[in-house]
Design a binder for this molecule. Structure first.
Ligand code: 6GU
Length: 226
């Protein structure tokens, strides 16, 4: 999968994809993430990409021209399946959407800043708008990092058996069960004996039961959906 990100602070996007699973995905050639500085498509030699909003009011708005030139140039080169705008008023991101996006070949993300982007760009170029939750970030970059991480790890071959997404929280609308590692007793606190029993059927039953208990306890809303 090819992911391109347009940003006025592309430096924010360097580290999230340079470690751990995202790094391995890149090394295996399964995921390539490229961040572009919007200033490359600025309207003048001062790097202008935003302006005051019509009608008055505090805060700058990201202009049509730099964004449209960036989108058209990159799209001609890469042919995006989706052009996604990250914004607090977008659709709330969830695992199902991560699954959907993980099946695409080529994605473009636009990170908003200040008061956001000119509505005409949203009307004519954006195919999907995503929010990562009901709170306001100072820009879309951290949201882009969240979405790209959640999507990238679902690309076939990125995870191995040990990290398989099949057992993630949310994959079946259930939270993941408790996990333990050595030692089997720490300060008198014992690991549930069933996990040491070697009985795989019993262990699976216990995990399913614990996932259900945990979901009822922490996120009963997940059990009411669909
Ligand atoms: Cl996608 N962007 C910004 N700026 N704030 C957010 C967000 C996105 N999602 C939640 N808050």
């Amino acid at each position: 999968m090819n992911i391109h990100i347009i940003s006025v602070v592309p430096e924010l996007l360097e580290s999230p994809f340079s470690h751990s699973i995202m790094k391995r995905a890149a090394e295996k050639g399964l995921l390539q993430v490229t961040a572009h500085h919007l200033r490359k498509w600025a309207v003048n030699e001062y790097g202008m990409v935003d302006d005051y909003q019509f009608g008055g009011g505090a805060g700058m708005v990201m202009m049509c021209e730099p964004l449209v030139r960036a989108i058209e140039e990159l799209n001609a080169e890469h042919g995006f399946d989706e052009v996604i705008y990250l914004t607090p008023d977008g659709e709330k991101f969830h695992q199902g959407l991560a699954n959907t996006l993980s099946m695409k070949q080529s994605l473009l993300f636009i990170c908003g800043h200040y008061k956001g982007i000119d509505q005409r760009v949203r009307d004519h170029f954006i195919t999907r708008e995503i929010s990562i939750g009901d709170y306001v970030l100072s820009g879309g970059e951290l949201a882009a990092a969240v979405v790209v991480d959640a999507v990238g790890r679902l690309i076939p071959g990125v995870l191995n058996d040990e990290t398989s997404a099949l057992f993630d929280s949310f994959q079946d609308n259930l939270l993941a069960p408790p996990v333990y590692t050595r030692p089997d007793e720490f300060r008198g606190w014992k690991v549930p004996p069933v996990l040491l029993s070697g009985d795989h059927k019993k262990i699976e039953e216990w995990r399913n039961e614990q996932a259900l208990i945990r979901t009822q306890d922490k996120r009963p809303d997940l059990l009411k959906e669909d």
